[in-house]
Design a protein around this ligand. Sequence first.
Ligand code: C6P
Length: 416
Amino acid sequence: MSQNGESQTLTAFDPQVYRKDFPVLNREVYGKPLVYLDNAASSQMPVQVMEAWKSYHESYHSNVHRGVHALSQQATDAYEGAREKIRDHINAGSEKEIVYTSGTTDSINLVAYTYGNQHISEGDEVIISHMEHHSNIVPWKRLCDEKGAILKVIPINDAGELDLQAYREMLSDRTKLIGIVHVSNALGTINPVKEMVAEAHKYDIPVLVDGAQAMPHTRVDVQDLDCDFYAFSSHKFYGPTGFGVLYGKMDLLEQMQPFRGGGEMILSVSFDEIIYNKVPYKFEAGTPSIANAIATGAAIDYLNKVGIDRIAAYEHELLKYGTQKLKEIDGLKLIGTAENKASVLSFVLDGIHPHDIGTVLDQEGLAIRTGHHCAQPVMERYGIPATSRASFAFYNTKEEIDKLAEGIHKVIELFS
Ligand code: C6P
């Protein structure tokens, strides 16, 4: 987009237009207006998403794929309609490539326990990076330990960017899978996954992308990325908790063994033989999370209404503004200063523990996250136990960032 086009888009973006859709943003905490800056942990939900969830329960609650009655058919249509919305949003080639899961963690485990189990043997290598969330470390570490395979880790520099040269040098015929985070939850770094996938494919190595933090902030096009698997959670992009997706390329999903056994994932069962259902149902055992799938479809509608490119541009403005504000604070150090970043600001303050920072800010109505953010190797890389993390959504404002900066000054005064 041209410079002019971009600034017009930004001028046109008014978070107040959307804030009214999020009732929770009007509440107070300890008598102060809530400033919700913990969107990377879980974003808030607009009324449109709550309505979709409620409407299913109020007027057509029923099981899917099982009944000939009207309610079941309506539920099935809405449930499968959500799959098509998700397919369209991430530009997958077929809705059969959209596997419903309970979230990013579940999606990654599905790949580790099926594809990983089938294809990784003693002496093979799996590559991940130093900035992965635990859910893209633990399943691979467990699998490698069980199989006698080797887990290789792409190092990161002080800014929190991947060492791509080291990555290229790690690739070999022994590499059986790469798991890489699209946007780091602890650092905010946006990784060049498209280029990394292209490098991996020179060796025919499949790449799984952890897209948990990318979905709310950037346009995701799985065909353009050419990734083999893409995992994400609904609650990070204005949908409900306990629901997510595994995108997988059709040929890979078809070769993979089922993950869990039960109803829905079979075509026929006898004591002699089980014939499994087709993709994606082969991976969706049991009664699914119907209301959450439908609500996720509504979250996609909402994202499309606001416009993901407008969201990305506005959040970038917030990031620039917030980075500047926090840099002006004496004794504050930003952890994660990559060139290409999403709207996440992790920081430490000289001599003040992040939990104390979080507690004082909470008293001011400011919700941030403190801790290791389920990314302990990142903390170890920087030699710190934890950070404080403010993460912005498109409903946040520059005034809220000012309040964050004021709150941090208060913390410093209190502890000095
Ligand atoms: N990160 C955060 O505060 P689940 O829990 O399955 O919905 O998502 C796991 C997950 C996987 N990858 C990344 C990059 C993530 O950020 C998360 C969730 C939250 O940063 C909770 S730890």
